[in-house]
Write a protein that binds this ligand. Structure first.
Ligand SMILES: Nc1ncnc2c1ncn2[C@@H]1O[C@H](COP(=O)(O)OP(=O)(O)OP(=O)(O)O)[C@@H](O)[C@H]1O
Ligand code: SF4
Ligand SMILES: [Mg+2]
Length: 313
Protein backbone atom coordinates (compact mmCIF):
# COMPACT_ATOMS: atom_id res chain seq x y z
CA UNK A 1 0.00 0.00 0.00
CA UNK A 2 1.21 3.52 -0.76
CA UNK A 3 1.77 5.80 2.21
CA UNK A 4 2.64 8.75 0.01
CA UNK A 5 1.58 9.61 -3.51
CA UNK A 6 3.08 12.61 -5.28
CA UNK A 7 1.56 13.63 -8.60
CA UNK A 8 2.87 16.23 -11.03
CA UNK A 9 4.56 18.28 -8.32
CA UNK A 10 6.03 21.50 -9.72
CA UNK A 11 7.72 24.28 -7.77
CA UNK A 12 8.83 27.64 -9.17
CA UNK A 13 10.42 30.64 -7.49
CA UNK A 14 9.88 34.10 -9.04
CA UNK A 15 13.15 35.59 -10.33
CA UNK A 16 13.02 39.01 -12.06
CA UNK A 17 10.84 38.73 -15.14
CA UNK A 18 10.85 34.94 -15.08
CA UNK A 19 11.04 32.14 -12.56
CA UNK A 20 13.41 29.43 -11.35
CA UNK A 21 11.90 26.07 -12.26
CA UNK A 22 13.12 24.16 -9.22
CA UNK A 23 10.94 21.05 -9.62
CA UNK A 24 8.98 20.06 -12.72
CA UNK A 25 6.11 17.58 -12.80
CA UNK A 26 7.57 15.11 -10.33
CA UNK A 27 5.48 12.00 -9.59
CA UNK A 28 6.29 9.01 -7.40
CA UNK A 29 4.82 6.83 -4.66
CA UNK A 30 6.35 5.58 -1.44
CA UNK A 31 5.03 2.26 -0.22
CA UNK A 32 4.54 1.51 3.45
CA UNK A 33 7.79 0.28 5.01
CA UNK A 34 9.82 1.23 1.96
CA UNK A 35 12.99 3.34 1.87
CA UNK A 36 12.74 5.52 -1.20
CA UNK A 37 15.85 7.39 -2.28
CA UNK A 38 16.26 10.53 -4.36
CA UNK A 39 19.70 11.06 -5.87
CA UNK A 40 21.05 13.67 -8.27
CA UNK A 41 23.63 16.44 -8.54
CA UNK A 42 23.51 19.57 -6.47
CA UNK A 43 20.61 21.83 -7.46
CA UNK A 44 18.60 19.03 -9.10
CA UNK A 45 15.58 19.73 -6.85
CA UNK A 46 15.88 17.01 -4.20
CA UNK A 47 15.49 19.21 -1.13
CA UNK A 48 12.70 21.27 -2.68
CA UNK A 49 10.67 18.05 -3.11
CA UNK A 50 11.21 17.23 0.59
CA UNK A 51 10.30 20.75 1.72
CA UNK A 52 7.22 20.87 -0.55
CA UNK A 53 5.99 17.70 1.11
CA UNK A 54 5.88 19.45 4.45
CA UNK A 55 4.79 22.78 3.00
CA UNK A 56 7.96 24.33 4.35
CA UNK A 57 8.87 26.25 1.20
CA UNK A 58 9.28 30.05 1.26
CA UNK A 59 6.02 32.00 0.84
CA UNK A 60 6.96 33.14 -2.69
CA UNK A 61 7.18 29.54 -4.00
CA UNK A 62 4.57 28.67 -6.63
CA UNK A 63 3.56 25.08 -6.07
CA UNK A 64 1.24 22.88 -8.12
CA UNK A 65 0.32 19.20 -8.20
CA UNK A 66 -0.98 16.85 -5.53
CA UNK A 67 0.55 15.19 -2.53
CA UNK A 68 -1.51 12.53 -0.82
CA UNK A 69 -0.27 11.22 2.54
CA UNK A 70 -2.16 8.31 4.17
CA UNK A 71 -5.21 9.19 2.09
CA UNK A 72 -5.13 12.95 2.89
CA UNK A 73 -4.40 15.65 0.30
CA UNK A 74 -1.69 17.70 2.01
CA UNK A 75 -2.23 20.85 -0.06
CA UNK A 76 -5.86 21.10 1.01
CA UNK A 77 -5.23 20.79 4.75
CA UNK A 78 -5.96 23.68 7.11
CA UNK A 79 -2.88 24.96 9.03
CA UNK A 80 -4.18 23.29 12.22
CA UNK A 81 -4.51 19.91 10.41
CA UNK A 82 -1.08 20.31 8.85
CA UNK A 83 0.48 20.95 12.28
CA UNK A 84 -0.83 17.55 13.40
CA UNK A 85 1.06 15.90 10.56
CA UNK A 86 4.24 17.98 10.31
CA UNK A 87 6.91 16.83 12.71
CA UNK A 88 4.66 14.14 14.16
CA UNK A 89 3.36 11.85 11.41
CA UNK A 90 5.98 13.11 8.95
CA UNK A 91 9.32 14.04 10.43
CA UNK A 92 12.16 15.83 8.64
CA UNK A 93 15.83 15.39 9.43
CA UNK A 94 17.10 18.56 7.75
CA UNK A 95 20.06 18.87 5.37
CA UNK A 96 22.13 20.73 7.95
CA UNK A 97 21.82 19.13 11.42
CA UNK A 98 24.08 21.78 12.97
CA UNK A 99 21.68 24.51 11.80
CA UNK A 100 18.72 22.57 13.19
CA UNK A 101 20.03 22.87 16.74
CA UNK A 102 20.18 26.14 18.66
CA UNK A 103 23.86 26.64 19.59
CA UNK A 104 22.91 28.64 22.70
CA UNK A 105 20.77 25.90 24.27
CA UNK A 106 21.95 22.73 25.95
CA UNK A 107 20.91 19.59 24.06
CA UNK A 108 18.55 18.43 26.80
CA UNK A 109 16.70 21.74 26.80
CA UNK A 110 16.18 21.66 23.05
CA UNK A 111 14.80 18.14 23.16
CA UNK A 112 12.41 19.19 25.92
CA UNK A 113 11.33 22.25 23.91
CA UNK A 114 10.53 20.17 20.85
CA UNK A 115 8.15 18.01 22.87
CA UNK A 116 6.61 20.99 24.61
CA UNK A 117 5.92 22.75 21.30
CA UNK A 118 4.09 19.66 20.11
CA UNK A 119 1.96 19.29 23.21
CA UNK A 120 3.71 16.20 24.57
CA UNK A 121 4.47 16.03 28.26
CA UNK A 122 8.18 16.93 28.67
CA UNK A 123 9.10 14.15 31.09
CA UNK A 124 7.47 11.45 29.00
CA UNK A 125 9.03 12.79 25.78
CA UNK A 126 12.44 13.04 27.39
CA UNK A 127 12.26 9.44 28.58
CA UNK A 128 11.44 8.30 25.09
CA UNK A 129 14.21 10.41 23.56
CA UNK A 130 16.82 9.11 26.02
CA UNK A 131 15.82 5.51 25.26
CA UNK A 132 16.07 6.15 21.55
CA UNK A 133 19.43 7.91 21.89
CA UNK A 134 20.79 4.79 23.58
CA UNK A 135 19.35 2.57 20.88
CA UNK A 136 20.84 4.82 18.19
CA UNK A 137 24.32 4.24 19.60
CA UNK A 138 24.63 7.43 21.66
CA UNK A 139 26.40 6.42 24.80
CA UNK A 140 25.63 8.19 28.05
CA UNK A 141 22.75 10.28 26.66
CA UNK A 142 22.08 11.92 30.04
CA UNK A 143 25.55 13.44 29.91
CA UNK A 144 25.02 14.57 26.29
CA UNK A 145 21.87 16.40 27.38
CA UNK A 146 24.01 18.60 29.65
CA UNK A 147 26.28 19.65 26.75
CA UNK A 148 25.83 22.30 24.03
CA UNK A 149 25.46 21.21 20.35
CA UNK A 150 28.97 22.43 19.43
CA UNK A 151 30.41 20.05 22.02
CA UNK A 152 29.13 17.11 19.95
CA UNK A 153 30.75 15.68 16.83
CA UNK A 154 28.87 15.86 13.51
CA UNK A 155 27.91 12.19 13.81
CA UNK A 156 26.61 12.64 17.36
CA UNK A 157 24.55 15.70 16.38
CA UNK A 158 23.01 13.66 13.60
CA UNK A 159 22.08 10.83 15.96
CA UNK A 160 20.58 13.36 18.34
CA UNK A 161 18.40 14.76 15.55
CA UNK A 162 17.49 11.21 14.49
CA UNK A 163 16.41 10.38 18.06
CA UNK A 164 14.36 13.60 18.23
CA UNK A 165 12.74 12.85 14.88
CA UNK A 166 11.89 9.27 15.80
CA UNK A 167 10.53 10.12 19.26
CA UNK A 168 7.21 11.07 17.71
CA UNK A 169 7.02 7.70 16.00
CA UNK A 170 6.46 9.30 12.59
CA UNK A 171 4.92 7.21 9.85
CA UNK A 172 7.28 8.84 7.35
CA UNK A 173 10.82 9.99 8.05
CA UNK A 174 12.46 12.32 5.54
CA UNK A 175 16.23 12.53 5.82
CA UNK A 176 17.95 15.16 3.68
CA UNK A 177 21.66 14.48 3.02
CA UNK A 178 22.25 12.67 6.31
CA UNK A 179 25.91 11.92 5.53
CA UNK A 180 26.90 15.32 4.17
CA UNK A 181 29.91 16.85 5.91
CA UNK A 182 30.58 13.80 8.08
CA UNK A 183 34.09 12.36 8.43
CA UNK A 184 34.53 8.78 7.14
CA UNK A 185 34.00 7.22 10.56
CA UNK A 186 30.82 9.19 11.24
CA UNK A 187 29.67 8.40 7.71
CA UNK A 188 30.02 4.70 8.32
CA UNK A 189 28.11 5.24 11.57
CA UNK A 190 25.32 6.98 9.66
CA UNK A 191 24.99 4.03 7.30
CA UNK A 192 24.67 1.79 10.37
CA UNK A 193 22.15 4.20 11.91
CA UNK A 194 19.87 4.22 8.87
CA UNK A 195 20.15 0.48 8.41
CA UNK A 196 18.96 0.14 11.99
CA UNK A 197 16.10 2.64 11.55
CA UNK A 198 15.01 0.70 8.48
CA UNK A 199 15.38 -2.84 9.80
CA UNK A 200 14.47 -2.50 13.47
CA UNK A 201 11.90 0.26 13.33
CA UNK A 202 10.53 -0.66 9.90
CA UNK A 203 10.15 3.05 9.13
CA UNK A 204 8.96 4.31 5.80
CA UNK A 205 11.69 6.70 4.68
CA UNK A 206 12.42 9.24 2.03
CA UNK A 207 16.19 9.46 1.82
CA UNK A 208 17.63 12.39 -0.12
CA UNK A 209 21.32 11.84 -0.73
CA UNK A 210 24.44 12.25 -2.85
CA UNK A 211 25.86 9.26 -1.08
CA UNK A 212 25.51 6.27 -3.40
CA UNK A 213 26.95 3.88 -0.79
CA UNK A 214 24.26 4.90 1.69
CA UNK A 215 21.61 4.60 -1.03
CA UNK A 216 22.92 1.16 -1.88
CA UNK A 217 22.74 0.01 1.75
CA UNK A 218 19.28 1.22 2.62
CA UNK A 219 17.14 2.18 -0.38
CA UNK A 220 14.59 -0.15 -1.92
CA UNK A 221 13.82 2.09 -4.88
CA UNK A 222 15.52 5.21 -6.17
CA UNK A 223 14.45 8.20 -8.24
CA UNK A 224 17.19 10.06 -10.09
CA UNK A 225 16.61 13.80 -10.52
CA UNK A 226 18.15 16.07 -13.12
CA UNK A 227 17.33 19.78 -13.56
CA UNK A 228 14.14 19.47 -11.51
CA UNK A 229 12.78 16.33 -13.18
CA UNK A 230 12.84 12.64 -12.45
CA UNK A 231 14.82 11.05 -15.27
CA UNK A 232 14.87 7.47 -13.99
CA UNK A 233 13.06 5.52 -11.27
CA UNK A 234 13.60 1.86 -10.47
CA UNK A 235 14.67 -0.73 -7.93
CA UNK A 236 17.80 0.52 -6.13
CA UNK A 237 19.94 -2.40 -7.32
CA UNK A 238 19.01 -1.71 -10.96
CA UNK A 239 19.70 2.02 -10.68
CA UNK A 240 23.06 1.45 -9.02
CA UNK A 241 24.26 -1.56 -11.03
CA UNK A 242 22.60 -1.38 -14.44
CA UNK A 243 21.14 2.09 -14.98
CA UNK A 244 19.43 2.86 -18.27
CA UNK A 245 19.56 6.67 -18.40
CA UNK A 246 22.79 8.28 -19.68
CA UNK A 247 22.73 10.75 -16.76
CA UNK A 248 22.38 7.99 -14.16
CA UNK A 249 25.23 6.14 -15.88
CA UNK A 250 27.35 9.29 -15.56
CA UNK A 251 26.49 9.67 -11.86
CA UNK A 252 27.44 6.07 -11.18
CA UNK A 253 30.71 6.40 -13.13
CA UNK A 254 31.58 9.51 -11.08
CA UNK A 255 31.47 7.46 -7.89
CA UNK A 256 34.97 6.77 -6.45
CA UNK A 257 34.26 3.03 -6.45
CA UNK A 258 33.68 3.18 -10.21
CA UNK A 259 36.74 5.15 -11.19
CA UNK A 260 35.71 8.72 -10.29
CA UNK A 261 35.07 9.73 -13.90
CA UNK A 262 33.53 13.20 -13.54
CA UNK A 263 30.37 14.07 -15.40
CA UNK A 264 31.44 16.85 -17.76
CA UNK A 265 29.44 20.03 -18.30
CA UNK A 266 26.91 21.79 -16.14
CA UNK A 267 23.20 21.47 -15.64
CA UNK A 268 21.15 24.06 -17.56
CA UNK A 269 19.81 27.39 -16.34
CA UNK A 270 16.58 26.83 -14.49
CA UNK A 271 15.20 30.17 -15.58
CA UNK A 272 15.54 29.32 -19.26
CA UNK A 273 15.48 25.56 -19.66
CA UNK A 274 16.68 24.24 -23.04
CA UNK A 275 14.35 22.80 -25.64
CA UNK A 276 14.41 19.05 -25.96
CA UNK A 277 16.03 16.85 -23.34
CA UNK A 278 17.44 18.94 -20.47
CA UNK A 279 20.52 16.69 -20.48
CA UNK A 280 21.27 16.82 -24.21
CA UNK A 281 24.21 19.24 -24.02
CA UNK A 282 26.06 16.83 -21.73
CA UNK A 283 24.89 13.54 -23.18
CA UNK A 284 27.32 11.45 -25.21
CA UNK A 285 24.39 9.62 -26.84
CA UNK A 286 22.45 12.73 -27.88
CA UNK A 287 20.77 12.46 -31.29
CA UNK A 288 19.10 15.23 -33.34
CA UNK A 289 15.75 14.32 -31.82
CA UNK A 290 17.15 15.00 -28.33
CA UNK A 291 17.62 18.74 -28.84
CA UNK A 292 14.17 19.10 -30.44
CA UNK A 293 11.71 17.13 -28.39
CA UNK A 294 11.48 16.92 -24.61
CA UNK A 295 11.26 13.26 -23.56
CA UNK A 296 8.36 12.20 -21.36
CA UNK A 297 8.98 9.71 -18.58
CA UNK A 298 7.75 6.26 -19.62
CA UNK A 299 7.53 2.74 -18.28
CA UNK A 300 10.54 0.70 -19.29
CA UNK A 301 11.68 -2.77 -18.17
CA UNK A 302 9.81 -2.58 -14.88
CA UNK A 303 11.00 0.95 -14.05
CA UNK A 304 10.49 4.44 -15.49
CA UNK A 305 12.85 6.37 -17.73
CA UNK A 306 12.94 9.73 -19.52
CA UNK A 307 15.13 9.22 -22.57
CA UNK A 308 14.42 8.99 -26.31
CA UNK A 309 17.32 6.59 -26.75
CA UNK A 310 15.61 3.78 -24.88
CA UNK A 311 12.69 3.89 -27.29
CA UNK A 312 14.65 4.49 -30.51
CA UNK A 313 16.68 1.26 -30.19
N1 LIG B 1 14.15 29.78 -2.09
C1 LIG B 1 14.60 29.63 -3.33
N2 LIG B 1 14.56 30.65 -4.21
C2 LIG B 1 15.01 30.50 -5.47
N3 LIG B 1 15.53 29.35 -5.97
C3 LIG B 1 15.58 28.31 -5.13
C4 LIG B 1 15.14 28.37 -3.76
N4 LIG B 1 15.32 27.16 -3.18
C5 LIG B 1 15.86 26.37 -4.14
N5 LIG B 1 16.02 27.06 -5.30
C6 LIG B 1 16.55 26.52 -6.55
O1 LIG B 1 15.86 25.32 -6.83
C7 LIG B 1 16.74 24.36 -7.40
C8 LIG B 1 16.67 23.09 -6.60
O2 LIG B 1 17.23 23.30 -5.30
P1 LIG B 1 17.39 22.16 -4.23
O3 LIG B 1 17.83 22.84 -2.98
O4 LIG B 1 16.18 21.34 -4.17
O5 LIG B 1 18.59 21.29 -4.82
P2 LIG B 1 19.21 19.95 -4.23
O6 LIG B 1 19.04 18.91 -5.27
O7 LIG B 1 18.66 19.69 -2.88
O8 LIG B 1 20.76 20.35 -4.16
P3 LIG B 1 21.86 19.95 -3.04
O9 LIG B 1 22.30 18.58 -3.43
O10 LIG B 1 22.92 20.97 -3.27
O11 LIG B 1 21.24 20.03 -1.70
C9 LIG B 1 18.11 25.00 -7.43
O12 LIG B 1 18.32 25.50 -8.73
C10 LIG B 1 18.01 26.10 -6.42
O13 LIG B 1 18.88 27.16 -6.75
S1 SF4 C 1 16.96 11.89 -24.51
FE1 SF4 C 1 18.81 12.00 -25.75
S2 SF4 C 1 20.05 13.58 -24.77
FE2 SF4 C 1 18.50 12.97 -23.34
S3 SF4 C 1 19.47 11.43 -22.10
FE3 SF4 C 1 18.41 10.35 -23.72
S4 SF4 C 1 19.92 10.12 -25.37
FE4 SF4 C 1 20.72 11.63 -23.93
MG1 LIG D 1 19.48 19.68 -0.99
Amino acid sequence: MNLLEIRELSVEFPAGEGSVKAVSRVSFDIREGETFGIIGESGSGKSVVGLALLRLLPANARVSGNICFAGKELFFLKPSELRKIRGKRISLMPQNPAGALNPALKNGLQIGEVFERRGIEKKEGMKKALGLMKKLFLQDPEKLCGLYPNQLSGGMRQRLIAAMSLSFEPELLIADEPTKGLDPEARAGAVELFTKIKNEYGKTMLLITHDLDLAHEVCDRIAVMYAGEIVELDEASKILHSPGHPYTKGLIRAHPRNGLVPLSGQSPSRIKLPEGCFFHERCRHAAVECSRRHPEIQNHKGGRIRCHLQFLQ
